[in-house]
Design a protein around this ligand. Structure first.
Ligand code: IMP
Ligand code: MG
Length: 182
């Protein structure tokens, strides 16, 4: 798997430090508040699990699933599809939507639109990575660990064709790997 990597963009140590700093900020902002964290599957899996284990107060967790890419592609679908809706009651809750990366913005803006219909007290967006180069919708993350340039990245939950999520760092995939799949 590591032979498929062109460059490590964010190391394990950098991830650990930034995620811990973010957890501290969230503890300050949400202490004594009713918080529901909604993770966007599958990409937020690793980030979400590292983050919530550093938040030592009672909170609720739910997930939604969004389909952005079809198969082995690095180009998003024109329409984002939200596959499963929220199951917990978020009326009277502060909601924090957690995803791996904010790219065009279509996925998170659609998820925020759908969740807002359930009347939460507040709704904020938290991402590990912010890639502004391909932004198509006017959305800014409320919380973000790293700004990245316009490169297709994998690892720490992010995939290409559902692989590489288990890499413990963020890396740029060798171009010939994804070109051979297109
Ligand atoms: P958006 O709707 O374009 O903002 O897409 C967000 C989703 O696309 C994220 O939840 C990721 O699953 C996926 N995505 C965007 N950029 C990358 C990338 O560089 N690597 C892997 N997945 C990505
Ligand atoms: Mg995703």
């Amino acid at each position: 798997m590591k032979n498929d990597i062109d460059e490590v963009l964010i190391s394990e140590t950098e991830l650990k430090n930034r995620v811990s700093a973010l957890a501290q900020k969230l503890i300050t902002d949400y202490w004594h508040k009713n918080l529901t964290i909604i993770g966007v599957l599958n990409g937020s899996l690793i980030f979400l699990s590292d983050l919530i284990r550093q938040m030592p107060f009672s909170l609720k967790i739910d997930t939604v699933r969004a389909n952005t890419y079809t198969g082995a592609s690095t180009f998003p679908n024109p329409e984002t599809e939200i596959i499963n809706n929220v199951n917990v009651n978020i009326k009277g809750e502060h909601v924090l939507v957690v995803d791996d990366i904010l790219d065009t913005g279509k996925t998170l803006s659609e998820i925020v639109r759908v969740i807002t219909k359930h009347n939460p007290l507040s709704i904020k967006v938290c991402v590990l990575l912010n890639k502004t180069a391909r932004r198509a919708i006017d959305i800014v993350p409320d919380y973000c660990c790293f700004e990245i340039e316009d490169k297709f990245v994998v690892g720490y939950g992010l995939d290409f064709d559902n692989r590489y999520r288990n890499l413990p760092f963020i890396a740029v995939l060798r171009e010939d790997i994804y070109h051979s799949c297109l």
